[in-house]
Design a protein around this ligand. Sequence first.
Ligand SMILES: [Zn+2]
Length: 326
Amino acid sequence: MMKKVLAAGIMCLVFMSPMFAGGRSEGPAADRTDGPVDIVATTGMIGDIVSNVVGERGSVFVLMDDEIDPHLFRPTRSDIARMQRADIIFYNGLNLEGQMADTLVQLARGRPVYAVTELFDETTLLEDEEDEDYFDPHLWMDVSLWMRAVENVVAAMSEHDPPGADDYRSNADLYLRELAELDEYAREVIASIPSERRYLVTAHDAFQYLGRAYGLEVIGVQGISTESEAGLEDINSLVNFIVQNRITAVFAETTVADRALMAVIEGAAAQGHEVVIGGELFSDAMGPAGSWEGTYIGMIDHNVTTIARTLGGSPPPRGFRGRLSP
Ligand SMILES: [Zn+2]
């Protein structure tokens, strides 16, 4: 318990300091008020919020691309240099960027550094079931919860750049309207899955928020963070669960190795039960830049549409905005 309070305290300090220091921070970034605001976001999902909110007033550099697992990501020297040049930095928090904590604390001495999950009501967050010291950081999987992260970005940007506040608000309102429709879409397509088939088995435990928001029982082979590997015992109990509940499909993830998932499939086969990989989901990173799946909306569209299609639901063949491959 102690650890969580402590971690939350540090992040709170990091988040709050620019808000209560009267806006502009001191240091190398403080003079750069002409031209677009230079912003660094750790993950693509955060970068998507920020670029939608800032529009023409800022440029956004995303630190982790579509192949990167944020639980394991360690910034290189050039990543740190890039962040030192930024006017403002956004990260997820809740220990998602577990290897970056020290770097973020140091960077916060020279410029505003914000966790987009900061000031969230703790009762809306899920515990990490394997480590009670932390909350589950994967909250972008619940669109309505992620919409609060948008509000945090608007507040932070308006504090940093008050003349842009009206633009940030109206840009955010457009984006939030899209997200509200996406949330509705996700709820509908998941509800179209027959109730006895609403089990989502994935490589690591990134989908608990999705399950809670839209009505799926979620089981990850690995825990919340990919830092620890699944043991034989975890795999055996999952195999038994799959056989008992007649689960026929499990889902791979783009940023996590399939090794443990393959062991589960083989274990089920040894008991005479056939399970297939029902598709690949985007868990901790979006798809390639420039693609529909390389946006937050496209990522969630891909995930919920693939899950619904595989588990016997009836989603539209091309998804939320007609942009997925059928
Ligand atoms: Zn994860």
